[in-house]
Write a protein that binds this ligand. Structure first.
Ligand code: ZN
Length: 462
């Protein structure tokens, strides 16, 4: 059989109907490849039936209800919800929280919920929590202990980094290795080894794991799309890591993790709307509102690098070709390779971005002109962001965020394109530099909270 199969063959390989396979594709659970002639084909190497059965388990939903009796027990409520979520994830289901204070006031919704649960119990669709507890043999992750520890993994194109965060700020372990090339399985195995090594070193396991991944993540399985680490594309990364690490794993786009870290305790701390920008080999963005990542329904919120460069001059049209298939995307001008290409086009010199910056510092007029064009384009691109979401802070990350003059010059330039007589948005350098991605990944497990003593053994094997 050919490796790239038609839909009928692919459905047969998975043991499902063509309709089910089409539905999975619409839900983003698998991706078709396209032949040179534009026909859809399914890569049999990526259609391992066990992944899709795991995905089916992952969309089983759990109904959980947590309740406290007054407003000032908000922390208790959060603690209960977090434990219930961990518990449900370990059973292979997804959690939909439901909690409130003063049960009498939420009387109507509470009685609806209880009716729904009784009905489902009668129909045999729901297992009682007590039954689940007996079957649960995996210990509660260490986050639910007094030490409040969580582990982040940054899955970069060139390196994989692991960091363990204690409490809000303190780093207690860090490891970094080059990303294995060529195979998805090798990347999964490298993550497993790093996590195991760090846990053994600290004598703490299992830690709650958050992962920053390139590309957009589609739930319910964490299926990766648009990733520049192409072996991840079309793979259910979250469910695979959960299986491999035997625990719930949270996963988010790397630019979102960067923005989350900088919004929480970095350069955007204290602002309710923070936009994080990555200016590196590619251009990406992530949006955090009120301390929470906004991923978007298509998983692409903040993907600003593939908008076209706004207010272009005739010389900027139609713009360089982009790998996404369009021309003149912001990324083709504002990424590191984009900056180098622009300089080569104008001066005939093939210089790296850091050489261009040094040249400008030493008074080279061609380098100075290249950086001025870059600043003007960055100001136009960010003016679009401000007009759309009006953030309090924009934090720059990635290699080009080290160009100090950007923070001085761009806010002077962007006023002319922002639709406001006064612009209060701050443009700032990242506080945590290269570590923001991995710190944000650890922070995917929200504020760590210790459970009260009565809940400490919840779900543990007897
Ligand atoms: Zn593009």
């Amino acid at each position: 059989m050919e490796r790239f199969a038609r839909i009928g063959e692919a459905a047969k390989a998975l043991g499902v109907s063509i309709t089910t396979l089409r539905r999975w594709e619409t839900e983003g659970r698998l991706c078709a490849e396209h032949t040179a002639g534009g026909r859809r084909r399914y890569d049999l190497a990526k259609l391992r039936p066990e992944w899709f059965h795991a995905a089916d388990r992952a969309i089983r939903r759990a109904i959980a209800c947590a309740c406290v009796s007054s407003h000032d027990q908000k922390d208790d409520l959060e603690r209960q919800k977090q434990l219930l979520e961990l518990y449900c994830a370990r059973q292979g289901g997804t959690f939909e929280g439901c909690g409130g204070n003063r049960p009498r006031r939420i009387g109507k919704s509470a009685s609806n919920l209880s009716r729904q649960v009784s009905l489902s119990l009668k129909e045999g669709n729901v297992a009682r929590l007590e039954d689940c507890r007996e079957r649960c043999k995996i210990p509660v992750p260490v986050m639910a202990s007094a030490r409040q520890i969580r582990l982040g993994v940054d899955l970069g194109g060139t390196k994989i980094e692991v960091l363990v965060l204690e409490g809000e700020e303190r780093e207690i372990a860090r490891r970094r290795i080059p990303t294995p090339t060529g195979s998805y399985e090798a990347i999964l195995d490298a993550v497993r080894r790093l996590v195991t090594e760090v846990e053994e070193e600290l004598g703490l396991a299992p830690l709650p794991v958050g992962v920053a991944s390139p590309g957009a993540l589609m739930e319910p399985t964490g299926l990766v799309k648009n990733s520049n680490t192409v072996v991840l594309c079309g793979r259910p990364l979250r469910t695979d890591l959960e299986q491999l690490l035997a625990r719930p794993v949270r996963i988010a786009n790397d630019a979102n993790c960067f923005a989350l870290s900088e919004a929480a305790d970095g350069a955007g701390k204290g602002d309710s709307v923070v936009f994080g920008v990555i200016l590196g080999t590619g251009v990406g963005g992530g949006l955090v509102i009120e301390g929470k990542i906004v991923p978007g329904i298509n998983g692409i919120a903040g993907e600003w690098g593939h908008n076209s460069l706004p207010w272009p001059s005739p010389g900027e049209l139609p713009g360089p070709e982009c790998y996404c298939g369009k021309r003149g995307c912001i990324e083709t001008f504002l990424s590191g390779p984009g900056l180098a290409l622009d300089h080569a086009r104008a001066s005939g010199e093939r210089w790296r971005p850091e050489e261009i910056v040094r040249g400008a510092e030493n008074g080279d007029p061609a380098c100075e002109a290249t950086l001025r064009r870059y600043e003007d384009r960055l100001a136009r691109g960010l003016a679009h962001v401000v007009n759309l979401i009006d953030p309090g802070t924009i934090v720059l990350g990635g290699g080009l965020s080290k160009i100090a003059r950007l923070y001085r010059r761009v806010p002077h330039l962007w006023n002319q394109w922002i639709f406001s007589d006064r612009v209060a948005t701050k443009l700032v350098a990242p506080r945590h530099g290269d570590s923001s991605g991995v710190r944000g990944a650890a922070r995917l497990w929200e504020t760590p909270i210790s459970p009260p003593p009565s809940l400490r053994n919840f779900g543990k094997s007897e």
